[in-house]
Design a protein around this ligand. Sequence first.
Ligand SMILES: [Zn+2]
Length: 103
Amino acid sequence: MTSIPEHLDDIQAPVMAAIAAATQSVRDIVIRDALGETAQSVRGLIGGYRDVLDMHEPVDIEPSSTICRECSWQLPNGHFFGKVEEYPCPTVTAITDALNVTN
Ligand SMILES: [Zn+2]
């Protein structure tokens, strides 16, 4: 399964600590607050990516074949039939390429 490195999820605390240590002026405080909001947005964005990656989970259908559960058609009996998308699917590839992480 694809995973986003934890260091991308934990950027806010060390960045904010470094900024707080260096903050001296009112302008620095305004910049610090803006960066804090940006860091929170990045955390939300990464969380969204993680949710999408969790939906597009790999399924081993044969010893040498792995498909994407979300992008493939699954019959009520659990078998995959018709549209079968290899894993990593285009969605997973797009996200991992954008974040420069491997799967
Ligand atoms: Zn997929």
